[in-house]
Design a protein around this ligand. Structure first.
Ligand SMILES: C[S@@+](CC[C@H](N)C(=O)[O-])C[C@H]1O[C@@H](n2cnc3c(N)ncnc32)[C@H](O)[C@@H]1O
Length: 276
């Protein structure tokens, strides 16, 4: 009997080009986000051209192979990717300052950080490199595809959505990320006990988030008593009904969009729920 050599493990770049049928294979990691834009669906983001600094491009070149993931529909093995750490998915990390700070503060938690904005990936990789953080993987593309096609059930210890695009015009409300169809997709991926943390400075969206999350019997609001800053005037809600927002957790650093919202006088709401 002849011994067969073990088949070589695919390199990260091989994984990038091995998109299943129906998905455009990203030709180049930095192009992964553009590739996703071809799927016809209402999307929660606006594709934008962003200029990348040399420092961000350098960090992408150095870090992508090891830390980058193309959202291309291929199943992900989070246990292997994160060396067995529990993993929280953050959707829409923007430029990644908050992600990097939270990763450095809690190295025992893996963060799967998803966004479509390529300069943000470069910026996050640069910050992680500077901090020496090893517990983050940056996923390029639409997080809806990541949740739908690439993650297994009960694989996430948490879900973070900080300052998701508010889509203020009524005709655009259907583009908001946090809505019943999104929760339907996300809930099975959450392990029992997983923490769902949303924050927004857009009050009508906060109200929508609260409604969507509260409607699920599989989620428990950790702060049904509210944070005392609910925007409803007491006369607007019957005695005994509670706003349900969480006090701002001190472990969530102020984000870039949050700072901009507060400068405009917006009130920020956090929502903290746990998967039963
Ligand atoms: C308003 S920004 C907030 C960024 C950051 N969290 C902050 O607070 O500074 C929203 C981000 O979510 C990203 N985003 C929106 N929908 C997304 C999706 N379906 N998948 C991945 N990223 C998404 C956008 O590209 C954008 O960078």
């Amino acid at each position: 009997m002849t011994a067969t050599a073990p088949s070589p493990q695919p390199s990260p770049s091989a994984r990038l080009s091995a998109a299943p049928a129906g998905y455009p294979a990203p030709m180049y990691p930095h192009r992964a986000t553009e590739a996703q834009h071809t799927e016809r669906r209402i999307r929660s983001f606006q594709p934008r051209r962003g200029r990348m600094t040399n420092a961000q491009a350098g960090a992408l070149d150095r870090g992508w192979e090891q830390y980058g993931i193309a959202i291309d529909g291929s199943p992900l093995d989070l246990k292997t990717l994160f060396g067995g750490l529990p993993v929280t998915l953050e959707i829409g990390f923007g430029m990644g300052e908050t992600t990097a700070a939270m990763a450095a503060a809690d190295p025992g938690m893996g963060i799967l950080a998803a966004d479509v904005h390529t300069p943000g990936h470069g910026n996050l990789l640069q910050l992680l490199e500077r901090n020496g953080s090893e517990n983050v993987r940056t996923a390029a593309g639409d997080a809806v595809i990541l949740l739908r096609d690439m993650l297994t059930d009960a694989s996430l210890a948490g879900l973070r959505v900080y300052f998701a695009d508010p889509w203020p015009k009524p005709k655009h409300h259907k583009r908001r990320l946090v809505q019943p169809s999104f929760l339907e997709l996300a809930l099975p991926r959450l392990a029992p006990g997983a923490l769902v943390h949303c924050a927004t400075d857009w009050e009508p969206y906060a109200e929508q988030m609260l409604e969507v999350l509260s409607a699920s019997p599989e989620l428990e609001n950790l702060h049904p008593e509210g944070d005392g800053t609910g925007w409803l005037e007491p006369a607007d809600h019957p005695a005994g009904s509670l706003p349900g927002y969480a006090p701002r957790p001190e472990w969530r650093p102020v984000t870039k969009f949050e700072r901009a919202g507060m400068a405009k006088g917006h009130v920020v709401h956090d929502l903290l729920f746990r998967r039963r």
